[in-house]
Design a protein around this ligand. Structure first.
Ligand code: SF4
Length: 77
């Protein structure tokens, strides 16, 4: 699933759940500019407003998280 509005890519908001992060780093591999990790490899952001140009990578990173520790909030259609 992608974040598009009438064919135009739009930004998304990411909310992470650090309490369930196990430090797999998959999110960062897909979108290093969105998912910052701490020195031990755990997610180090809580809420991020992601610009349109990084929205697809952010969604791929969220989908790749084995712990389902990332929620993608899309703008209303
Ligand atoms: S992929 Fe998920 S478990 Fe791994 S670092 Fe990112 S948020 Fe944490």
């Amino acid at each position: 699933m992608t974040s598009e509005d009438n064919g135009q890519r739009v930004g998304v908001r990411i909310r992470t759940h650090p309490s369930v992060c196990n430090g797999w780093g998959q999110c960062h591999r897909w979108a290093p500019e969105v998912y910052l990790l701490d020195d031990e490899g755990y997610i180090d952001v809580h809420v991020v407003d992601v610009p349109a140009e990084h929205a697809e990578a952010a969604e791929l990173g969220a989908a790749a998280c084995p712990e389902r520790a990332i929620t993608v909030i899309r703008p209303p259609a």
